[in-house]
Each structure stands twice: as structure tokens, then as C-alpha cells.
Design a protein around this ligand. Structure first.
Ligand SMILES: [Zn+2]
Length: 493
């Protein structure tokens, strides 16, 4: 177990954890948001971030500090915590972003890590190579090799009790991301950013982002704290957390405010287009859209940044509560409706249901079936695995709800969409207490039939009869021929 990170609660791939940051003598509860602070211009002061918004950790760029003479001298003299006036933990980035934007920077991993240590950073970062999506495989491999060499250099730099992050690259090649994850996990470094996903998010490629993160997670151990680098829009936090990301950083709150953009969990709005403010934060209760529009530029930017932060932190709290309550995937389902590309992201997440299932608790409070995607949730998949191991009698009647008939069989089990068959004794256990809409959809019926198929295939000796209430022929086609199928709607008794 990694000493700096402890898991407290889980739901799907999401978790509540505690990241111990020894240098800051503090623990940070995850999922956590790290507001990005530009040391040269802050829209909201770090002190205010801590006191008004409850920020436990922030991130700033050591490369900018290193390159700005007066700030560098002040940071070396007073330390970063004094310089920024922030009481929590401070993570520093290394200039990799500048490297990806401008193609060249003038520090090495060794120099920048030593500098981060000298100025009192709590979590430092080496100079990795953020390989963009869709590059040639050769380039992705070469650059990954360089990143991996730098992680090995980083291991040898004397950084005291500063935690050091180990970025996971590999472009859009899942096998490279997975290998990068395993390599990073085998180092003695501490925090694991999944890097270079910003171009994917900028292009609304949430499905590709999910695949990249899922691959990185397969390589990293379950105990690795994972940072989704550059992901700052609250619309996608629930999706990111459900994949197993623990840390997010937001420059978006300030950058968007500068362009009069107003963040919501359902997407971004232009202040110019808003007739109402759909939010109850202090900014939105004290101002009308016209008031905000009438403010001088600098004040408007600050008010919008404050609103953007309020929604951002609120969503993090909502996600933590959802993990506690065991309904994180229902929140992801809601967020997926904000944009078709988010829905693609959620559907891609469900492609990894087997991976999510490994950390998903066996029992939770509720299972609400709220979209046809619910039929692909890890709980359904788990039952389909489990059903093959259940002991069956010689003859078995499967039926929805109460047994309409069944005396002539050894046992009568329930068959409920989307899970499929299970012994009646399990009716009160999770997930069979699920709430479904009365108007069942085809995806739920198809998933139930898949459960029947798995049961029948695993028990060739058992004679199975399936009694259903008007399931369509197209759905029943998948039922093996040797199963007797009875439509109870047309059944006299
Ligand atoms: Zn607001």
C-alpha cells in the first residue's frame, strides 16, 4: 500500500481517499480540486480560495516562477507558502505544458525538481513529454521512453519529503498508456497525473479520454492517487471520478471568467446570453445578469471567477456525497445528458464495466435504472458472472414478479430486467431491490435475457422454463432453444 494515499469509500471506479502531504503537514480529502494559480496574476487570492471556498490544495507553475526573476528571488527567500499566502498544500507543475505549447524549455528535470524543493513545494513534477493525441506510434513510443527516463531521474533527485508526481503519457494508444501506468507505478514516486488529455477535452472527445484513463488505470495499482491533468470543467468531474481519478486542476474558473463565460454542470454559457442566473451561490444571489454585465471588466472577471469556483467546488462535494450514497453512476448518467459528447464518454465508461466492477461495492443503498445505459452498469455485469455459479435444481421456472404458476417445477426463481434470473431468497438484497420505470426498455429486457442465457449455458442439466409478460419476440430470439418460453399475458391461469 502506498503510504501517502488511503482509500475510504468506493463506488464504481470512484473513491473517497486521503492524500497525506507530509511537507504541508496536512491531508487532502479526494476527490479534490486544485485551483490553478498564476503567480503573476491571481483573479482570486489563494487566501480567499482557502477561506471562502475551502480549497485544501492548489497548483501553480514552478517554471513560470523560475523564469520570472523577482518572483523567483522572492520564492527562494520566503518560500512558496509565504509568497502565495496559502495555508494548504501546494503542488507545482514543471513547464511540461510550456514545452508542449512552445516546443522548448530551458530547464532539466533535475534542475526544476531541485528548484521546486527549494521553494517549498509540497508536490513536485518532473519535466515529462506531453504527447498529443493521434500522433504516430513511433513518436508516442519515443516520447514515452523519454518521459520514463525522466521519472527514473526524478527518483534519484533528493527532494526530501516533497511528494513527486509521475505523469503517465502514451497518446491515444491504450497499450502504451497501460504500460506507462505500470512503469510509473513501479517507481517510488507518489502521485500519478494522466497527461496530455486536454486536447481530447478541448475537442469534446470524452470517449477517447475515458479510454486513455481506463488504460492508465489498468497499469497503475488501485492504491495510486490519479490526477486528471488539465480537467477543470465541472460538467465532466463525475465522469472523471467514476473512472478512478482523484485530483483535478482548474484553470478554467479564471480563464473562462476572463472571456465572460459562466460555468454550469450542464456546460458553459456566455454571460451575454443569460437572462437568468441558474445558481444560488453568493455571486448569483446578489447579482442579476444585467448587474454583472454592467460591472467594470476587472470586477466582472472576479465575480464570474468566484461563481465558477462555487459551482466547481459544489460539484466536487456532490460527487463525494454520491460516492458515500452509492449512486455515483446515476450522477454520471445525469451529467451525460448535458452534451452528446458527454454521453459518448459515459458509454465509453460502460465499455469498461468489468474494470469498474473490481472496485464497485457488492452492496449499496439503491440501484435506480434511469436510462437504457443503466443496463450496462457493473452491477448487472457482476450478476451475469455470478449467475453461472448459482446452484440450480433439475427443473426451474423463471418468472417476473410473483410466480403466476410454478407448482410443477422444483423451484421458481425471479427473472427481472436488467439482471436476469435469481433465487427468490435474494429478492431483498442489492441490486435486486432496484427501482425501474414501469415502462421497461428494450436494453433492460435484453440484459435480462443475457442473464438467462448465462444461467442456461452454465447448467446444461437443468430444464428451464421462462415465463414473461409480453416480452417482444426480437428480445426472446436470444433465448436458447431448449428453454420453454411462456407468455404469461396469454396464459389462462
Ligand atoms: Zn453562481
Amino acid at each position: 500500500m502506498r503510504e501517502c494515499f488511503e482509500l475510504r469509500d468506493a463506488d464504481a471506479g470512484g473513491r473517497i481517499g486521503e492524500l497525506t502531504v507530509p511537507r504541508a503537514e496536512t491531508t487532502v480529502e479526494t476527490p479534490a480540486l486544485l485551483p490553478v494559480i498564476n503567480p503573476n496574476l491571481d483573479t482570486i487570492s489563494p487566501r480567499r480560495l482557502a477561506e471562502e471556498f475551502g480549497a485544501e490544495i492548489l497548483i501553480t507553475n514552478s517554471y513560470i516562477i523560475h523564469g520570472t526573476e523577482d518572483v523567483r528571488e522572492q520564492a527562494l527567500e520566503e518560500g512558496l507558502h509565504e509568497l502565495l499566502d496559502f495555508p494548504g498544500a501546494i503542488m507545482t507543475d514543471s513547464g511540461s505544458f510550456q514545452l508542449s505549447e512552445y516546443g522548448d524549455i530551458d530547464v532539466t528535470t533535475e534542475e526544476i525538481l531541485e528548484f521546486q524543493h527549494e521553494i517549498g513545494s509540497d508536490i513536485g513534477t518532473p519535466v515529462d513529454i506531453p504527447t498529443p493525441p493521434d500522433v504516430s506510434r513511433e513518436r508516442a513510443e519515443d516520447e514515452l521512453a523519454t518521459t520514463q527516463e525522466r521519472l527514473e531521474v526524478a527518483e534519484d533527485v533528493d527532494t526530501g519529503d516533497m511528494l513527486v508526481s509521475a505523469p503517465v503519457q502514451g497518446s491515444t494508444y491504450p497499450d502504451l498508456r497501460e504500460e506507462a501506468g505500470s512503469h510509473a507505478d513501479a517507481t517510488d514516486l507518489d502521485v500519478f497525473p494522466v497527461g496530455a488529455v486536454v486536447p481530447l477535452m478541448n475537442d469534446y472527445r470524452y470517449d477517447d479520454m475515458v479510454d486513455a484513463v481506463a488504460a492508465a488505470k489498468r497499469g497503475l495499482g488501485a492504491d495510486a492517487p490519479v490526477h486528471l491533468f488539465g480537467a477543470g470543467h465541472p460538467m465532466m468531474f463525475a465522469l472523471g471520478v467514476a473512472m478512478g481519478c482523484d485530483l483535478f486542476d482548474s484553470a478554467a474558473y479564471a480563464l473562462y471568467a476572463r472571456d465572460d463565460r459562466y460555468l454550469t454542470v450542464r456546460g458553459t454559457r456566455q454571460l451575454a446570453e443569460l437572462d437568468y442566473l441558474p445558481c444560488s451561490c453568493p455571486v448569483c444571489t446578489e447579482h442579476s445578469p444585467d448587474d454583472l454585465r454592467a460591472l467594470p471588466d476587472r470586477d466582472r472577471e472576479e465575480e464570474l471567477a468566484a461563481h465558477n469556483l462555487h459551482v466547481t467546488f459544489e460539484e466536487i462535494r456532490r460527487i463525494k456525497q454520491a460516492i458515500r450514497a452509492g449512486n455515483l453512476l446515476e450522477l454520471v448518467e445525469q451529467r451525460a445528458r448535458a452534451h452528446p459528447a458527454m454521453l459518448d464518454g459515459y458509454r465509453a465508461l460502460l465499455d469498461h464495466a468489468a474494470q469498474l466492477e473490481q472496485s464497485d461495492p457488492v452492496s449499496k443503498g439503491s440501484f435506480f435504472y434511469t436510462s437504457h445505459e443503466s443496463a450496462r452498469r457493473p452491477e448487472v455485469r457482476r450478476h451475469h458472472e455470478r449467475v453461472t455459479r448459482l446452484e440450480t435444481p433439475d427443473s426451474l421456472f423463471l418468472t417476473e414478479g410473483e410466480p403466476a404458476r410454478g407448482d410443477e417445477y422444483d423451484e421458481s426463481w425471479r427473472v427481472e430486467p436488467p439482471f436476469g434470473p435469481f433465487p427468490r431468497a435474494l429478492s431483498k438484497s442489492y441490486p435486486f431491490t432496484a427501482e425501474l420505470p414501469e415502462r421497461t426498455d428494450r436494453a433492460a429486457l435484453e440484459a435480462a435475457v443475457e442473464g438467462v442465457v448465462r444461467l442456461v449455458e452454465a447448467n446444461p442439466e437443468t430444464e428451464v422454463t421462462l415465463g414473461h409478460w409480453g416480452w417482444p419476440d426480437g428480445v426472446l430470439e436470444a433465448v436458447p432453444e431448449r428453454v420453454e418460453v411462456v407468455d404469461l399475458m396469454g396464459d389462462g391461469d
